[in-house]
Design a protein around this ligand. Structure first.
Ligand code: HEC
Ligand code: HEC
Length: 212
């Protein structure tokens, strides 16, 4: 009885230790290596380094990804890879990436763009409706929350496409559900004005072709 109690206690203790060790392993492997990301990013440049390159059916610009936070980029890539964000090209691109590849790419993409500051002052006057969005996306479209996307400097037609997808429930995941609620609470006119305002701020850019 006593020994079995001891064993149970001991194994519980071991489980805790194992859990702590796993936690640190997971943390360690989650750190992205931007230098390795720079090597494997080559295939992405065909689209994300070509300013003006467009997706077809429907037609909209390939989003600017340089200068998004590593946390948002990794989240988006994981969603595509796991089939939780629908886009056939991006799912194919992300399909063979390991978790480590995703972290490395995200670290490189975040470092290859402008280092954006959430306290940046907005240019021009924000439409009144932007006050709701700015809580999560920042006054000038640069988010104070690392897991959220920056909207500043993004192509207007991509922002509109994303907004329509949230509205139609075509982008999935817990954050997409929150965004769907936001999209349903704003008029089309206000949404258009807010997205245009964000797209005109200094923000994300296309990937650089050069190595740094
Ligand atoms: C053939 C063109 C093409 C290639 C190559 C490509 N992408 Fe994309 N990427 C797109 C398009 C188009 C979208 C927008 C898809 C959508 O509407 O969801 C996108 C979306 C993204 C997003 C989400 C942006 C956001 O704001 O949510 C990330 C991150 C991304 N791509 C990273 C990459 C990486 C990393 C690679 C290389 C492994 C890559 N892409 C290769 C065309 C491409
Ligand atoms: C509660 C926080 C929150 C609020 C408020 C909010 N958003 Fe978002 N938004 C997010 C998050 C988180 C995402 C990323 C969701 C995902 O992964 O699909 C997002 C994504 C987006 C995207 C897609 C960006 C991309 O790169 O693909 C657009 C466009 C957008 N939001 C516009 C808006 C607008 C316009 C408003 C105001 C009407 C708004 N958001 C309000 C949190 C918020």
């Amino acid at each position: 009885m006593l020994s079995s109690l001891l064993i149970t206690r001991y194994s519980k203790f071991q489980l805790v230790i194992a859990a702590i060790a796993l936690f640190f392993t997971a943390q360690a492997s989650m750190a992205g290596d931007a230098a390795r990301g720079e090597v494997i990013v080559d295939t992405c440049k065909g689209c994300h380094a070509v300013e003006g390159y467009q997706n077809v059916y429907p037609t909209y610009h390939v989003p600017r990804v340089a200068g998004q936070s590593a946390a948002y980029l990794a989240s988006a890539l994981t969603l595509y890879r796991d089939g939780n964000r629908d886009h056939s090209t991006m799912t194919a691109q992300a399909g063979s990436l390991s978790d480590q590849d995703i972290q490395d790419l995200a670290a490189y993409l975040a470092a290859s763009g402008p280092q954006l500051d959430a306290t940046q002052e907005a240019q021009g006057e924000a439409p009144a409706a932007a006050v709701v969005c700015s809580a999560c996306h920042g006054a000038a479209g640069i988010t104070p929350i690392p897991g959220n996307p920056n909207l500043a400097g993004q192509h207007i037609d991509y922002l509109e496409q994303a907004a329509q997808q949230y509205k139609a429930g075509e982008r999935r995941g817990p954050n997409a559900i929150a965004m769907q609620a936001q999209m349903n609470a704003i008029s089309d006119e206000d949404l258009q004005a807010v997205l245009l305002f964000y797209s005109q701020q200094d923000g994300v850019t296309s990937l650089p072709f050069k190595r740094f």
